[in-house]
Write a protein that binds this ligand. Structure first.
Ligand SMILES: [Zn+2]
Length: 83
């Protein structure tokens, strides 16, 4: 199962938790956040420097954000659309 699918399933499940399940909801939110960090996101450019799309800090590693731990996808920066 891909992280995106797991996030989607957790989000759906969250809707069915009763209002008393506050801590369960909190646990699900934590799991979603952790999964989102694992899902590679394309970094952004700021003044010619690559920056993290989540926290906006400059990226040094290109694979992980050193500030917030977001996984980054450098491959996505190259346009691979071929027809
Ligand atoms: Zn970051």
């Amino acid at each position: 199962m891909r992280a995106e699918e797991a996030i989607q399933r957790l989000e759906t499940h969250k809707e069915y938790i009763s209002p008393h399940g506050r801590f369960t909801k909190e646990a699900i939110d934590m799991a979603i956040k952790a999964l989102e960090k694992q899902t590679p996101k394309k970094f952004l450019w700021d003044d010619g420097n690559p920056v993290c799309p989540v926290c906006g800090e400059e990226v040094w590693d290109m694979e992980w954000c050193n500030s917030c731990g977001q996984r980054l996808d450098r491959e996505l920066d190259t346009i691979i659309e071929e027809e």
